[in-house]
Design a protein around this ligand. Structure first.
Ligand code: FAD
Length: 321
């Protein structure tokens, strides 16, 4: 027999956006459920030091912060479900979600908080050096490399913005790009070329993240010139991979409006998607800021938007009686 679960508010994703939405929805008396997905706690569980989430004077640990957020959401009345959603029908009322577990979820409103994963080069040495000098977020980790040599890998807007941002902390920034020209907008390129703290290595790809010391930390990158095949090493303590993000929106393709990069489109200044009663928050709808605190902020907005939607529905139903 198929298991079923009904709720007024289903929240898809348990990162800062989903858990903040849960806290607000629970405190509004909506008894939400959070379907956690395969990464309970979201992306912050993959990092160590977090120094920019407000409220903590000392550095905190990403996994600890997410445990606290989950405990807070549960404390105010959220039900956590360990499942991954593999199909959705957003047009049916109630909205229908199907989990890998076989459970069918029925929800009056849905808050989507499925995040966006950074793309990596997928080198074993890169994986090994994550948290030891390899990062995919200069805004998050640049501060830890004050006065150190750093590199950015990529050639689009994000890579150029990250290189420019890093010059706030380092006067030795190297941009490594596979081609002989950048894809970034011209205005960003102009700012990059005018910045004396940034040098560029063209036509090259990183083949190895090199660690050393005790405790082990990044000491350099091996780089292969794609035209000559020559491999050389540059000495850097931080390497920022900036080759794009992949929003987790495959489930909604064909049902909700996505932008050209696959992010969920929302009505400006709200979390309303193209289907009434379906809201989106966090990195899955934000390709600009992608921070825990902005995800939490839009999570709060989504819960408030969902609460207003449900109240309006109830009022209409009463008026129609
Ligand atoms: C290594 C690293 C370090 C970072 N450091 C910082 C930092 O110091 N400060 C900062 O502010 N930000 C930092 N960030 C960015 C921050 O983690 C993200 O901006 C934030 O986690 C986005 O929150 P979110 O809730 O939108 O999505 P996520 O945290 O990505 O969570 C997405 C959730 O959706 C779930 N999910 C996805 N698909 C499904 C599905 N089909 N069914 C059910 N669930 C699903 C996942 O299981 C997950 O729980 C860092 C990111 C990384 C990768």
């Amino acid at each position: 027999m198929t298991n079923t679960m009904s709720t007024r508010v289903a929240i898809l994703g348990s990162g800062p956006a989903g858990l903040t939405a849960a806290i607000y929805a629970a405190r509004a008396g909506l008894s939400p459920i959070v379907i956690q997905g395969i990464q309970p706690g979201g992306q912050l569980t993959t990092t160590t030091d977090v120094e920019n989430y407000p409220g903590f004077r000392d550095v905190i640990q990403g996994p600890w912060l997410m445990e606290e957020m989950q405990a807070q959401a549960e404390h105010v009345g959220t039900r956590m479900v360990w499942d991954h959603i593999s199909a959705v029908d957003l047009k049916s009322r109630p909205i229908r979600l199907t989990g890998d577990s076989g459970t069918q979820y029925f929800a009056d409103t849905l808050i989507i908080a499925t995040g966006a994963q950074a793309k990596w080069l997928n080198l074993p040495s890169e994986e090994h050096m994550k948290g030891r000098g390899a990062s995919a977020c200069a805004t998050c980790d640049g501060f830890f490399y004050r006065g150190k040599r750093v590199a950015v890998i990529g050639g689009g807007n994000t890579a150029v913005e990250e290189a420019l941002y890093l010059t706030n902390h380092s006067h030795d920034v190297t941009l490594i790009h596979r081609r002989d020209s950048l894809r970034a907008e011209k205005i960003l390129q102009d700012r990059l070329f005018a910045n004396s703290h940034i040098k560029i290595i063209w036509d090259s790809e990183v083949t190895e993240f090199v660690g050393g010391g005790e405790p082990e930390a990044l000491i350099g990158l091996d780089i292969k010139n794609r035209l000559t095949g020559e491999v050389s090493r540059i000495d850097v303590e931080g390497a920022f991979v900036a080759i794009g993000h992949k929003p987790a929106t495959e489930l909604f393709d064909g049902q909700l409006k996505l932008d050209s990069d696959g992010y969920l489109e929302v009505e400006t200044g709200t979390t309303k998607t193209s289907i009434p009663g379906v809201f989106a928050c966090g990195d899955v709808m934000d390709k600009i800021y992608r921070q825990a605190v902005t995800a939490a902020g839009t999570g709060c907005m989504a819960a408030l938007d969902a609460e207003k939607y449900l109240a309006a529905q109830e009022f209409e139903a009463l008026a129609a009686e």
